[in-house]
Design a binder for this molecule. Structure first.
Ligand SMILES: Nc1ncnc2c1ncn2[C@@H]1O[C@H](COP(=O)(O)OP(=O)(O)OP(=O)(O)O)[C@@H](O)[C@H]1O
Ligand SMILES: [Mg+2]
Length: 283
């Protein structure tokens, strides 16, 4: 079993009327079966409302399945005695870093998580040092988070999660509020954590360029996983992605247009470098 596994996962949001009767049922997750191998970098794509955040909240036991099962590191998330362990195993990073940073000094903020876990003081400092180092924020350790850029704040939020020594981090559109530079900083830091610390990464994003280097991509639509594969396998299906109201990386799109106009070029191009290389070889 992988680090995150689901079997026939279903989640329904219920709307109640004034008397408390169920007025409407919204099936946000509709029979999802996935198995994520430890150490992988996973991307989750899907149009607005496809169920990505609802799925993410299950991994942290913020919500539990209506039907079916979710395991995190082999623990069923709906068993109450597992909640704390599940939350320690899978850390969450959300869109807005301002909602996640509570400390008035960067290093204090990063130390909050391990302090709450009852980690001894000496070890807290070791974890804070290492976590700040891993996201390249050591030089800002005595700063106030308020004065940091969005990308820096988000990296502090990530350090705060890492300091709790999770095996897995789930990032729900962590770059949605950042400028292009901030986006790059954050994605680079997350890739490093995956490569160096072997932390499993589950990245939910609307930016296709952030997906290119993932090991595997899941595409969601109306609560279901409708595509899964490597970025190359997913993005080469440009028409299918467009049907799902999703973009593909810019280079893939250009190659697709060139092919449509009769130029014989590979369909599975992901980066500008690959595109240039292909175009230069055309006769
Ligand atoms: N708290 C809630 N109460 C009721 N319905 C909800 C709630 N949160 C989400 N939903 C509904 O569940 C479905 C899935 O929503 P979810 O937020 O998981 O999608 P998403 O893929 O994360 O979308 P986005 O890309 O906009 O973040 C949508 O129909 C949404 O309206
Ligand atoms: Mg969402």
């Amino acid at each position: 079993m992988g680090i995150v596994k689901t079997a026939k996962l279903v989640y329904e949001y219920l709307k109640h009327d004034e008397e408390g009767n169920v007025e409407a049922v919204n099936r946000a997750i509709d029979g999802v079966d996935i198995d994520i191998e430890e150490g992988q970098f996973i991307a989750v794509l899907g149009h607005n409302g496809s169920g990505k955040s609802t799925f993410a909240k299950h991994i942290n036991a913020l919500i539990v399945p209506t039907e079916g099962t979710m395991w995190v590191d082999g623990l069923k998330t709906d068993e109450e005695q597992n909640t704390i362990k599940v939350r320690q195993t899978a850390g969450m990073v959300f869109q807005n870093p301002d909602n996640q940073i509570i400390g008035t000094i960067v290093e204090e903020d990063v130390g909050f998580g391990p302090e709450n876990l009852g980690v001894p003081t000496q070890e807290i400092w070791e974890r804070v040092n290492k976590s700040l180092e891993s996201v390249h924020m050591t030089e800002y350790r005595h700063h106030s988070p308020n004065k940091l850029s969005g990308g820096q704040k988000q990296r502090v939020a990530i350090a705060g999660v890492i300091a709790m020594h999770p095996k897995c981090i789930v990032l729900d559109e962590p770059t949605a509020m950042l400028d292009p530079n901030g986006r790059k900083e954050v994605i680079k830091a997350v890739h490093e954590l995956n490569k160096k610390e072997k932390i499993t990464v589950i990245l939910i994003t609307h930016y296709m360029d952030e997906v290119i280097d993932a090991d595997k991509v899941y595409v969601m639509d109306e609560g279901k996983v409708v595509m899964e594969g490597t970025p190359r396998e997913i993005f080469s299906q440009v028409d299918k992605m467009k049907d799902l109201r999703l973009d593909v990386p810019q280079a893939t799109e250009i190659a697709y247009e060139l092919r449509k106009s009769g130029i014989n070029i590979r369909a599975d191009i992901l980066s500008i470098d690959e595109l240039v290389n292909e175009v230069c070889q055309l006769k």
